[in-house]
Ligand binder design. Sequence first.
Ligand code: P6P
Length: 334
Amino acid sequence: MSNKVITLERYIIEGERSHPGATGNFSGVLRDLSLAIKIIWREVTKAGLVNILGMAGSENIHGESQKKLDIFADETIFKAMDHTGHLAVMGTEEHDDILPIPDKYPIGKYVLLFDPLDGSSNIEANVSVGTIFSVYRRISQVGKGMLMDCIQPGYKQIASGYVVYGSSTMLVYTTGDGVHGFTLDPSIGEFLLSHENIRIPSRGKIYSVNEGNYRYWTDGVKKYIKHLQEEDAPTHRPYSARYIGSLVADIHRTLLYGGIFLYPADTRFPDGKLRLMYEGNPLAMIVEQAGGAAVDGSRRILDVVPTRLHQRTPVFMGSIDDVADCQRFVCAGC
Ligand code: P6P
């Protein structure tokens, strides 16, 4: 049993050495992002104290009012990344338009899209929440990055990942060479390699969907869920239902245990509820790199050609055999 302590920093540097073409810029993106994540972690883990210590709505030592955590997370990531010279532009769930790099800072060659604190409405219930990120190379040639840099298809991502702030805080990412998990050791403030080369089981025993939306589903989705609840389910016994309602937590469980997560299109959300650029694509890259599958019902999520920064997508992702079964029910035209 190796007791080698491998920090995120060391893993990034060793990964860089194994890619001779790496310029070090990209490892800088991950390094800078991990600092922002630690700052967000510090505030998220204090969230429970906000009401107890009366910090809610009060002013901090700088005389600034306490921000909503998702706004805080958004600003923390932007400020950690805007001056580094690695990025040409950013896009975030919290802002309608793309975020240009301020004039006083150098422009880089990467694009960062992120959902700074997904599931933040769950924080008061002490439910795990998450940060999701996606990295592309810019395609515009010169100057500040543009919208075209931020709406590339998911298969062009050069890296993606998520952080789940839960019973422990984990950073899970891929650069296209497998999926690796790092657990934060708060005593030293370092992310330590805890799950190298995560592989999702080819089939699971859990399905994850908001069954409260049943009446809005298509017949195909209804039939698929019914199929999983029958004795003749693929594992010859009904699947278990698990739904946390926090995307990163539901995907993290699906990645480790197998099974399928679904947020289908329905009569309320004809294009699905979840966002393509900073939820569907980064998580689809992670799941596929771990040996799973991620579709929108008829095609790979990573193959969708985006037209808008905040466009939505149906999501079916998880174990490869479970997603294949699901598609047989939900994709009439396939
Ligand atoms: P519903 C949280 O608000 C979120 O964006 C995701 O984290 C989560 O998967 C989804 O919405 C839950 O949506 O409609 O089931 O409450």
